[in-house]
Design a protein around this ligand. Structure first.
Ligand SMILES: NC(=O)C1=CN([C@@H]2O[C@H](COP(=O)(O)OP(=O)(O)OC[C@H]3O[C@@H](n4cnc5c(N)ncnc54)[C@H](O)[C@@H]3O)[C@@H](O)[C@H]2O)C=CC1
Ligand SMILES: O=C(CO)[C@H](O)[C@H](O)COP(=O)(O)O
Length: 299
């Protein structure tokens, strides 16, 4: 099969490499010319624009978008719109908001597959986990490509109709936030607790047979090995947050309690105060107000 891939960053390039490795062909485009040249060196056919990519694909186009969520997806679809028809298939493999995916599926002439992608750049060799939403026929048609990009036939499935792939990925990310938070809390207690512990060794021991072993825990082990037991100069600031926010918003709308996911998101937001947390500073001052307790002051 020949796949058009638009967006050749950390994730899109892996899609290209894996489909090529599996014996398919790829036509590629990115607004960054160097990325296109690199992918061409690896065996893909370079395109000079999105329209050029579509023309090179001929009839029954199969196109995978791997651009940042939001406007870049709409921009790519706008450019593709004049050349797409109902025999064509577009996959959005990014972290798009599921309601955007429903809107896009309704407004494009092609069959639209919203594909939640998990595994990250570090999962390149193993392959990704793919959560796909959209028409069954389009999913079935692209199974050879999904087999190649995912860990294999078990690494992908159709979740349901339009939007369901990105919906499942959104919730996956909420779970990811909470898992990261709970590992963080456990290691924070160990780092500040009664024993002088080697945290890399703890993580390694847990990763060998413990109930809480996982890939994120392997990444904890890697972080302690590479940054040191105290995480060296890694700042107390966590970026990201959009997918976790959507998860919490959806949970509120559905009246489903997700306190751990919410708390993990709130911890991220809290980490971004440049000047210390206002709420903690006020709490400290209030302890003086009611109890005349000492107020630690800034240097
Ligand atoms: N990095 C990760 O761990 C994961 C990322 N994702 C999602 O996959 C998508 C891509 O992520 P990354 O590869 O990490 O981002 P990236 O920033 O590494 O790559 C994005 C690429 O898209 C290109 N691009 C932007 N606008 C374009 C346009 N209009 N036309 C053509 N190319 C365009 C950029 O030049 C860049 O090469 C995002 O939605 C992201 O949230 C999903 C799972 C994991
Ligand atoms: O989807 C992912 C992993 O599964 C991406 O790495 C995403 O960027 C993670 O979310 P955030 O940036 O909010 O931490």
């Amino acid at each position: 099969m020949e796949l058009g891939v638009i967006g050749l960053g950390r994730m899109g390039r892996i899609v290209v490499d894996r489909v090529l490795e599996a014996g398919h062909e790829a036509v590629v485009f990115d607004i960054d010319e160097e990325s296109v040249a690199d992918a061409a060196d690896a065996g893909a056919r370079p395109a000079a624009s999105i329209v050029d990519l579509a023309e090179k694909l001929g009839p029954e186009k199969r196109i995978w978008l791997m651009v940042p969520a939001g406007d870049p997806v709409d921009a790519a679809l706008d450019e593709l719109a004049p050349v797409l028809d109902s025999d064509d298939i577009v996959v959005d493999g990014g972290n798009s908001y599921f309601e955007d995916s429903v809107r896009r599926a309704e407004s494009t002439d092609a069959a639209y597959l919203d594909c939640g992608t998990s595994g990250g750049p570090a999962g390149a060799e193993l392959g990704f986990s793919l959560m796909v939403g959209g028409p069954q026929w389009a999913y079935d048609e692209l199974v050879p490509v999904f087999d190649a990009v995912a860990t294999g036939p078990d690494g992908h499935d159709r979740m349901g109709p339009a939007g369901s792939g990105h919906y499942v990925k959104m919730v996956h990310n909420g779970v990811e936030y909470a898992l990261m938070q709970t590992y963080g809390e456990g290691f924070e207690l160990l780092a500040n607790g009664r024993y002088d512990l080697d945290l890399e060794s703890v993580a390694n021991t847990w990763n060998n047979g413990a109930v809480i072993r996982s890939w994120l825990l392997e990444l904890c082990e890697e972080a302690f090995r590479e940054e040191g037991n105290d995480l060296g100069d890694v700042a107390d600031r966590v970026e990201g947050g959009s997918t976790g926010t959507w998860t919490v918003q959806e949970a509120l709308e559905q009246e489903v309690p997700v306190p751990l996911i919410y708390q993990s998101l709130a911890e991220r937001f809290g980490s971004r105060a440049d000047d210390g947390r206002f709420s903690r500073r006020l709490a400290s001052r209030l302890r003086y107000g009611f109890g005349r307790h000492d107020v630690p002051r800034r240097e």
